[in-house]
Design a protein around this ligand. Structure first.
Ligand code: UDP
Length: 439
């Protein structure tokens, strides 16, 4: 049942379970985003229900994160992992399960914030049936993504149509960087309302900690030159570029060069394929002995990895925002990142890290080397990087902006209620001289 004193709102994230472990296949930035804004919005006074698809029959259906914030896993298709490109046919069932939940719990969500195009379809369908305010965050844009891959999946056309519809029909789309806003206008539609609110990071967790202590904790030697990758195993993340650029600088550092790769699920899924491919390249380049696959690491442990590293590399071919960049910079570790998407917005090149053209192995190698060799540059970047993230990207600041947006949109919707024309009344007096009103 709804708490009578709180305004319930729903966040829908069909494939990005906010209660899931992060780093495995298809569990990354979106999960982190939804969970963090959910928790922070609840702390700001909303009652937040986050809906996702149940992917395992052993998973609890409800995970309570804090008194007014919970994840609700609902049935849509088999209770097993399904790649997101194959999920669309289960969306009508997701919609039904959501509506049944609303009825059963007697909650009406006047505002729904959807995440990724699959959830957008759900939001648009609900909006057709009832008067809700609909907000959307894309997380990834088909129009950009399909530009960077050779073969489009079968679902591509449907996705592009829904991504256009959500921009034009929702009450507001949240772009997380000016680059995303530009892409939306250029590639999706000139219609619709866009509000620029970035992603964030937990600056209490990701902050400046001592490199010496972090290395001691993780068992790395002080003399090692540590190059770090954190993220999913997906070809668009460009791990191959990183590996090949490390091979280029191997002769400069010899055995002192250490490549640490964090993330990826251990099972036989598509991300396992990408890992296998990367391992093969490492062997060919004789870098395998100097590479550590740390596996999936939780956010409690991750600050130590960032702090222990000399540089964190984000070699994505395309990156809508890129949480890893701000997490690393918050911990004071400069980044070398592809000059694409949200990374152009978060990384201040030459100040908090270095931006280089995507897929450019030589440029990545040179940039990594510059940071590894120039202690003064690395030290200056360390301070600026952490201060910059603290100032611009705390989850709390981000959630306050979202909360204000929700309030504004809900207030507007009340003002836009159809005006009821009351009959013109005239006051007259009855026999007892009391005022009565008549038409
Ligand atoms: N992540 C994690 N553990 C891992 C690997 C990744 O917690 O082993 C987290 C990482 O800290 C970040 C998110 O996954 O918060 C990745 O988000 P990003 O926006 O960089 O990439 P996306 O996954 O959205 O493409």
């Amino acid at each position: 049942m709804a708490n009578q004193n709180k305004q319930p709102i729903a966040l829908i994230s069909v494939h990005g379970d906010p209660a899931a472990a992060i780093g495995g296949e298809e569990a990354g930035g979106q999960n982190v985003y939804v969970r963090n804004i959910g928790e922070k919005l609840a702390a700001l006074g909303w009652q937040v229900d986050m809906f996702t698809r149940k992917t395992d029959s052993d998973q609890p259906s409800i995970v309570q994160h804090s008194p007014y914030c919970r994840t609700i896993r609902i049935k849509a298709g088999p209770e097993s992992f399904i790649p997101r490109d194959h999920l669309f046919s289960y969306m009508p069932e997701f919609l039904d399960s959501f509506l049944v939940w609303q009825d059963k719990e007697r909650i009406i969500y006047p505002l729904i914030h959807t995440n990724y195009w699959l959830s957008a379809w759900i939001g648009l369908e609900i909006k057709k049936q009832s008067k809700i305010q609909l907000i959307h965050t894309y997380h990834s844009l088909g129009a950009v993504r399909y530009d960077s891959i050779a073969i489009r999946p079968a679902i591509a056309e449907t996705r592009l149509i829904i991504e256009k519809e959500i921009l034009e029909q929702s009450d507001c789309v949240v772009a997380t960087s000016p680059q995303e806003e530009e892409n939306l206008r250029k590639l999706v539609s000139s219609r619709g309302i866009i509000s620029l609110i970035p992603c964030g990071t937990d600056t209490d967790n990701f902050n400046l900690i001592s490199k010496t202590e972090a290395r001691l904790k993780l068992g790395f030697a002080p003399s090692e030159k540590i190059v770090l990758y954190v993220g999913r195993f997906d070809p668009r993340k460009g791990i191959e570029t990183l590996v090949r650029s490390c091979a280029k600088i191997l002769s400069d550092y010899g055995k002192n060069l250490r490549l640490v790769i964090v993330g990826g699920s251990s099972c036989e899924r598509a991300d396992g394929e990408e890992r296998g491919r990367i391992e093969k390249i490492l062997k060919e380049l004789t870098l395998d002995q100097q590479t550590i696959f740390a596996g999936q690491i939780g956010h409690e442990q991750l600050p130590s990895y960032y702090a222990a590293a000399d540089v964190c590399v984000i070699p994505s071919h395309y990156e809508p925002f890129g949480l890893v960049a701000i997490e690393s910079m918050a911990c004071g570790t400069p980044v070398v990142a592809s000059d694409v998407g949200g990374l152009k917005f978060t990384v201040l090149s030459e100040e908090t890290g270095l931006l280089v053209p995507p897929k450019d192995i030589d440029a990545f190698a040179q940039a990594i080397k510059r940071i590894l060799n120039d202690e003064l540059l690395a030290g200056t970047m360390r301070k600026k990087a952490s201060a910059n993230v603290n100032q611009r990207f705390g989850w709390r600041q981000v959630s306050i902006q979202l909360s204000d947006l929700y309030r504004r949109i809900l207030a507007q919707s009340i003002m836009q209620e159809p005006i009821i024309y009351l009959p013109k009344l005239t006051s007259i007096r009855d026999k007892e001289n009391a005022v009565i009103l008549t038409e």
